[in-house]
Design a protein around this ligand. Structure first.
Ligand SMILES: NC(=O)C1=CN([C@@H]2O[C@H](COP(=O)(O)OP(=O)(O)OC[C@H]3O[C@@H](n4cnc5c(N)ncnc54)[C@H](OP(=O)(O)O)[C@@H]3O)[C@@H](O)[C@H]2O)C=CC1
Ligand SMILES: O=C(O)C1=N[C@H](C(=O)O)C[C@H](O)C1
Length: 255
C-alpha cells in the first residue's frame, strides 16, 4: 500500500532519511519545516501552516522526528485534523508525554524512542536477563553522534524503565539510576549505572552489562545507519493509518 505522509522537521537528519526511504517505497511525502522552503530539491511547507495542510491534504499519517515542544504542537494539529501521528522524537517531559496521550483520545498516536527491530529484540532480552540474573549489577552505556541534544537517549530511558519494571514485578528493590561516577563513588546494591557518550557521527549504540562475581553478560545493539529508524517509522505509519484513536506501541507493529 502506498502512503501520503506529512513529514515534519524537514531540515533534520531523521526527516531527510524518512523522505528518502518513503521515496524508495513509492510513498508520497509532504515535507514541513519551521524555516526552510526547499530541502535537497524538494518543496517544503511552513510549519505554521500545518493545521491547514493537514485539513486540506488529509495525509494517511504524520511522521515526526523533531523536538519535544514541536512534537506536542504538531500532534495537537493532528488531533484537530483527524490525522494519525507517528512520533520518533525523544526527550519528552512527563507533561509533554501526557499531552501526546491526550491527543490519542482523538487520533491514533504511536510514539517509540527507537524504531529499529533490533532494539525491540534487545529490550526483550534485557527483560529476560533482568529476571534470570536478579543479583547481578547492571550498567547501561549509550553512544550517539556529537549533535544529539537529549541525554540519556530515549532508548536508554526505555531500557531503564523495562529493567525497573521487571524488578518491581519480582518484588525486588530497584536502586538509583547513577549517571556517571566521580570521586569516591562506590556502587550500592541495585543501582543502575548510566553512561551517555557523545562522539563523532555514531548513529546509535546501546549496551547493557549484567555482571556477577564470576561472570558478565553484555547485550548490545548498534545502528549502522539512520535508515533503520526511518524504515521502522514508515512500517509504523502504514500499520497505524486507518486505525481507531488510541495509544499504540511499536511492538504491536512488529507482532
Ligand atoms: N525513534 C527513533 O527511532 C529515533 C529518534 N530520534 C529522535 O528524533 C529527534 C530528531 O533527531 P534528528 O533528526 O537527529 O535531529 P535534527 O536536529 O537533525 O532535526 C530536528 C529537526 O526538528 C525541527 N525542529 C522543530 N522544532 C525544533 C526545535 N525547537 N529545536 C530544534 N529543532 C526543531 C528542525 O527542522 P525544521 O527547522 O526544518 O522544522 C530540525 O532540523 C530527536 O529527538 C532524536 O532523539 C532520532 C533517531 C531515531
Ligand atoms: O538522536 C538520535 O540519533 C537517536 N535517538 C534515539 C534515542 O534517543 O534513543 C534513537 C537512536 O538511538 C538514535
Amino acid at each position: 500500500m502506498s502512503l501520503r505522509l506529512a513529514v515534519t522537521g524537514a531540515t533534520g537528519r531523521m526527516a531527510q532519511e524518512v523522505v528518502a526511504e518513503a521515496d524508495e517505497r513509492g510513498d508520497e511525502t509532504l515535507a514541513v519545516s519551521r524555516g526552510a522552503e526547499r530541502v535537497d530539491g524538494f518543496e517544503v511547507s511552513p510549519a505554521d501552516d500545518l493545521p491547514t495542510l493537514l485539513a486540506e491534504e488529509r495525509p494517511d499519517a504524520l511522521v515526526d522526528f523533531t523536538d519535544p515542544e514541536a512534537s506536542v504542537e504538531y500532534v495537537a494539529a493532528c488531533a484537530e485534523a483527524g490525522v494519525p501521528a507517528v512520533i520518533g522524537t525523544t526527550g519528552f517531559s512527563d507533561d509533554q508525554l501526557d499531552a501526546l496521550r491526550r491527543a490519542s483520545d482523538e487520533v491514533p498516536v504511536l510514539h517509540a524512542p527507537n524504531f529499529s527491530r533490533g532494539v525491540a529484540v534487545l529490550t526483550d532480552l534485557v527483560e529476560r536477563a533482568t529476571r534470570l540474573l536478579p543479583d547481578y549489577d547492571v550498567e547501561l552505556t549509550e553512544t550517539h553522534h556529537r549533535e544529539k541534544r537529549d541525554a540519556p537517549s530515549g532508548t536508554a530511558n526505555a531500557l531503564l524503565d523495562a529493567i525497573e519494571a521487571e524488578r518491581a514485578d519480582a518484588g525486588q528493590d530497584s536502586g538509583e539510576r547513577v549517571h556517571g561516577r566521580e570521586g569516591v563513588a562506590p556502587r550500592d546494591d541495585g543501582d543502575i549505572g548510566v553512561h551517555a557518550r557523545r562522539a563523532g557521527g555514531v548513529r546509535g549504540e546501546h549496551e547493557v552489562l549484567f555482571a556477577g562475581g564470576d561472570e558478565s553478560l553484555t547485550l548490545a545493539h548498534r545502528a549502522g545507519s539512520r535508515r533503520v529508524f526511518a524504515s521502522g517509522a514508515l512500517d509504523a505509519a502504514e500499520w497505524l493509518a486507518g486505525r481507531d484513536a488510541g495509544w499504540y506501541e511499536f511492538e504491536e507493529v512488529l507482532a
